[in-house]
Design a binder for this molecule. Structure first.
Ligand code: CS2
Length: 395
C-alpha cells in the first residue's frame, strides 16, 4: 500500500492533509512527532484513528479519520525517523511543523548560528531539518518532500535549508528529490475538553468545513490523488492571497481583539471597528496580489469574513497571537514592503497592535509564547520599546 510519511502530527495536519488522505483510497500515513510522545500515546490506544469535528454556523458533522497506521517519536530515537525518511516505503514526505521549527533566520535561510542546528551538525538529532536531511542523504528511491507550513515559497525555503544543512554536514543528496511549494488552508482550533466530551474521543480535532490545498505539480514519485486539490505550475499567487489576506487579517484580529478583551475570533470580528479595519486590511493586501488572482480577491475577502464569524468554532485569539516575531514579517511586513509609498493604515494598525500587545503582556508579566521571547522582553525594557520591537522584526 502506498505510504506518506508526515512530520508534525498537530491538529492542523489532522484536519487538513489527513482528511484529504482519508478520501484517497489506498494511501496510508505514518506520522512523526518531534518532541512530545503525547499525541502518539493518545492515538496508539485507538489504532491511530480519531474524529474530525467539523463545525459551521449551520451545525456539526463528524468525520472519522482512519488513514494513519503508525507513529514515531523523534525524541525517543531520531534514528527511527532518519530510517523512515530513507525508506522507499514512502514516496511522499509531508511537513507541518510550524514556522519556527525550520530554524530560518530573518533572510529566510537556515540559521547556521542556531545552537540546535550546530548541535545537529554534530549528530544530536534535534531539528527537523537535520533529521530530514540525514534521512534524505541515505535515500535510494525518488521522493517528493512537501512543506505544508504557512511560509511563502515554502518548498524552496525547505529545499535551501536542507541543501545548506547537507553542505555543512558534508552529506550528498540524491538527484531524485523535489520540494514543491503549496498553499494550505483550514482554520483549526486547539482541542478543548468541550470538544473531547462532545465527540466522546480524547483525540478529537475541531475544524471548519472550508478547506483548500493548492500544490505545485512537481511530484517525482507516486502522487496521491487527493480529491479537491488544485494542481498548478505556480503556487505563489495563491500563497500570497492566503498569507496576506487570511493570515494577515487573523493576526490583526488576534492582537487588536486580545487588547480589547475578546477571547474568540468570532467575537473580535463582531466589533464594528475591528471589522472595518479587517476589511480595509484585506483590501490593502489584495492590491499587492498578482493579476492572476485579482478577480477573486473581493469574493475571497467576503468569504473570509464569513469564516471568521463562525460562532461554533470557538477559535481562540491567543492561539493566533503566538510566535508573532515569526509570523508578522510574512503576513504584514512583506505586504507593507510591496505597497511602498501607498498609504497602508490598516496594515500599520496590525503592526501597531502587535507592538502594543507585546508590551502589554510583558508589563502584566504574562509569558509570551514566541521563540524570540528574551529579545522581545529586552526590547520592552529599552529606552524606546516601540522602535526596538519594530526594529527587531525588521519593520
Ligand atoms: C492562524 C493560522 O494561528 C494562526 O496564526 O492564522 O493557523 C490559520 O488559522 C490557518 O493558516 C488557516 O489555514
Amino acid at each position: 500500500m502506498p505510504h506518506i510519511l508526515h512530520l508534525g502530527v498537530g491538529n492542523f495536519f489532522r484536519a487538513h492533509a489527513a482528511a484529504y488522505t482519508q478520501d484517497t483510497p489506498g494511501w496510508q500515513i505514518t506520522g512523526v512527532s518531534f518532541r512530545s510522545p503525547a499525541i502518539r500515546d493518545g492515538l496508539a490506544t485507538q489504532s491511530y484513528g480519531y474524529s474530525l469535528i467539523v463545525k459551521d454556523a449551520g451545525g456539526t458533522l463528524i468525520k472519522p479519520i482512519t488513514c494513519m497506521s503508525d507513529m514515531l517519536v523523534a525524541s525517543e530515537g531520531p534514528v527511527s525517523v532518519i530510517d523512515a525518511v530513507a525508506s522507499d516505503q514512502f514516496s511522499v514526505i509531508t511537513l507541518t511543523v510550524t514556522e519556527k521549527a525550520y530554524r530560518l533566520g530573518p533572510d529566510g535561510q537556515l540559521d547556521m548560528a542556531s545552537t540546535d542546528v550546530q548541535a545537529d551538525l554534530q549528530g544530536a538529532g534535534i531539528t527537523v531539518i537535520g533529521t530530514l536531511t540525514r534521512g534524505l542523504a541515505r535515500r535510494k528511491s525518488p521522493v517528493t518532500v512537501l512543506c505544508c507550513d504557512n511560509l511563502p515559497d515554502n518548498g524552496s525555503k525547505l529545499e535551501h535549508a536542507v541543501r545548506d544543512f547537507a553542505a555543512a554536514a558534508k552529506l550528498n543528496l540524491p538527484d531524485a528529490i523535489t520540494f514543491p511549494s503549496c498553499m494550505v488552508d483550514r482554520i483549526t482550533p486547539a482541542t478543548t475538553d468541550a470538544i473531547r466530551a462532545e465527540a466522546g474521543d480524547k483525540m478529537a480535532v475541531p475544524t471548519e468545513s472550508f478547506t483548500e490545498w493548492v500544490i505545485e505539480d512537481r511530484f517525482v514519485a507516486a502522487k496521491p490523488d487527493w480529491p479537491g486539490v488544485q494542481w498548478v505550475d505556480d503556487v505563489a499567487p495563491h500563497e500570497m492571497r492566503k498569507l496576506r489576506m487570511l493570515n494577515g487579517a487573523h493576526s490583526f484580529l488576534a492582537y487588536a481583539g486580545a487588547l480589547r478583551g475578546y477571547t474568540y475570533v468570532h467575537e473580535a470580528i463582531a466589533d464594528p471597528e475591528l471589522r472595518h479595519t479587517t476589511q480595509a486590511l484585506m483590501r490593502e493586501a489584495a492590491e499587492t496580489l498578482p493579476d492572476s488572482v485579482q478577480a477573486q480577491a473581493e469574493a475571497y475577502a467576503d468569504a473570509l469574513i464569513k469564516r471568521f464569524e463562525n460562532p461554533n468554532l470557538h477559535h481562540r485569539l491567543r492561539q493566533i497571537t503566538m510566535d508573532g516575531s515569526q509570523k508578522l514579517p510574512i503576513r504584514i511586513l512583506a505586504t507593507l514592503a510591496d505597497r511602498g509609498t501607498m498609504p497602508s493604515p490598516s496594515l500599520q494598525a496590525a503592526l501597531g497592535a502587535w507592538v502594543t500587545f507585546v508590551q502589554t503582556e510583558v508589563t502584566a508579566d504574562r509569558p509570551l509564547d514566541d521563540p524570540r521571547t528574551d529579545e522581545l522582553v529586552a526590547a520592552c525594557q529599552s529606552a524606546d520599546p516601540d522602535a526596538a520591537l519594530r526594529a527587531m522584526i525588521g519593520a
